[in-house]
Design a protein around this ligand. Structure first.
Ligand SMILES: NC(=O)c1ccc[n+]([C@@H]2O[C@H](COP(=O)([O-])OP(=O)(O)OC[C@H]3O[C@@H](n4cnc5c(N)ncnc54)[C@H](O)[C@@H]3O)[C@@H](O)[C@H]2O)c1
Ligand SMILES: [Zn+2]
Length: 345
């Protein structure tokens, strides 16, 4: 079976997303001459990394620890040493095999090592397949906040093998689904059809969900305008994640955030009452939280003040005028935000 091919136009050069079941075992055919470093984490190395390295002509496997807490400059420094030890030069290729943490961290190392090595993304989580592996943003966290250091580094190619989702933990699947339905509310109602939400349909689910991201980043590669629409549900979501002391995962925050954004859209008169109902039904069908279960509204509001997406002191939300009609709203009042949060306790 031929791969689904999505061409992405980007400032640093165009690239392909290739989506095909089993493509991981054939990725070697696409490798260019030169040294290859496959960088992955300790969970994915035994599952897929070792096999991939064996299939590639001149490849070395490098692993980083698993977890967002390792998305740091220290890990990037370790990666540089591993690249040097592997004999990687500018003609070599770095492959990031993993979820968004591996993609962002390894991508940042690849962007800066010798002013930029060739870079291939092989996303393995649902979130990485439909979101983080496309668009060129790479980077790491600082102790002061998430994603505070980064660069734009377009991949040479993205290989997506939906078969690897078989080993993805349930909770990670649901978190990826938060971004999938977010893309559904933004631009493709078909993604809201629950009959697509399973492993058998993963190739189509991923293809449609990633297409939404591709369309947006092609129009706005440097996040100057409509790329901000991808933050639907994220102003509430990030704040909930933070206020929960990161007990809530990112996707759980986003799921709740979609519900809250729907309510806020209706409360300020942007859409009719059916939209927030549809959003709430969809989020709960995915198995993501639609209620705060005791998380304090004031603490969540306070956390919004530290979101780096906040522009010039005003709270800014991506809201919906209807399905697939996102709009940016500046200057939302505190009372309106608190009202939504209290209504979702
Ligand atoms: N660059 C971007 O544009 C962008 C966009 C969205 C999110 N992000 C970043 O992505 C990160 C989140 O990514 P994530 O949700 O993929 O988290 P993650 O990378 O931590 O992966 C989640 C967990 O699933 C495991 N895993 C991944 N694939 C697996 C598989 N096939 N089988 C078994 N286990 C598997 C990982 O080892 C990890 O434990 C965050 O750091 C976020 O900031 C970046
Ligand atoms: Zn997100």
């Amino acid at each position: 079976m031929a791969a689904d091919r999505i061409r992405v136009t980007a400032p640093g050069g165009d690239y392909d997303l290739l989506i095909e079941q089993g493509i991981l075992s054939r990725a070697g055919q696409a490798a260019s001459a030169g040294k290859i470093v496959v960088a992955t984490n300790t969970t994915l190395a035994p599952l897929y990394g070792q096999k991939l390295v064996t299939a590639l002509p001149d490849a070395v496997l490098v692993t980083i620890p698993d977890g967002e807490q390792y998305k740091t400059l220290e890990t990037v420094a370790r990666l540089y040493s591993d690249f040097v030890a592997a004999g990687l030069d500018r003609s070599g290729t770095v492959i990031a095999l993993g979820g968004g943490v591996v993609g962002d961290t390894v991508g940042f190392a690849a962007a800066s090592y010798m002013r930029g090595a060739r870079f291939i993304q092989i996303p393995t989580s649902l979130l990485a397949m439909v979101d983080s592996s496309v668009g060129g943003k790479v980077g790491v966290d600082l102790p002061q906040g998430k994603n505070l250091v980064g660069a734009f580094k377009q991949p040479d190619v993205v290989f997506i093998d939906p078969d690897v989702l078989k080993t993805l933990p349930e909770r990670e699947w649901r978190c990826g689904m938060a971004e999938v339905i977010k893309h559904g509310f933004l631009a493709d109602e078909g993604l809201l059809d629950s009959t697509l939400w399973n492993l058998e349909c993963a190739p189509e689910l991923v293809r449609r969900a990633v297409q939404v991201k591709v369309d947006v980043v092609q129009q706005d590669p440097y996040e100057q305008n409509i790329r901000a629409h991808l933050n639907l549900g994220h102003t509430f979501g990030h704040a909930v994640e933070q206020a929960s002391g990161y007990q809530w995962a990112h996707g759980e925050g986003v799921g709740f955030g979609l519900v809250a954004a729907g309510r806020l859209s209706h409360n300020i008169g942007l859409c009719d009452a059916r939209l927030p109902e549809t959003i709430e039904k969809t989020v709960s069908e995915v198995g993501l939280p639609t209620r705060l279960n005791g998380l304090d509204s004031e603490a969540i509001y306070a956390a919004m003040g530290t979101d780096k997406k906040r522009q010039s002191g005003k709270l800014r939300f991506v809201l919906l005028r209807g399905l697939c009609q996102p709009t940016l709203v500046e200057d939302v009042t505190k009372a309106a935000v608190i009202d939504v949060l209290k209504g979702l306790q």
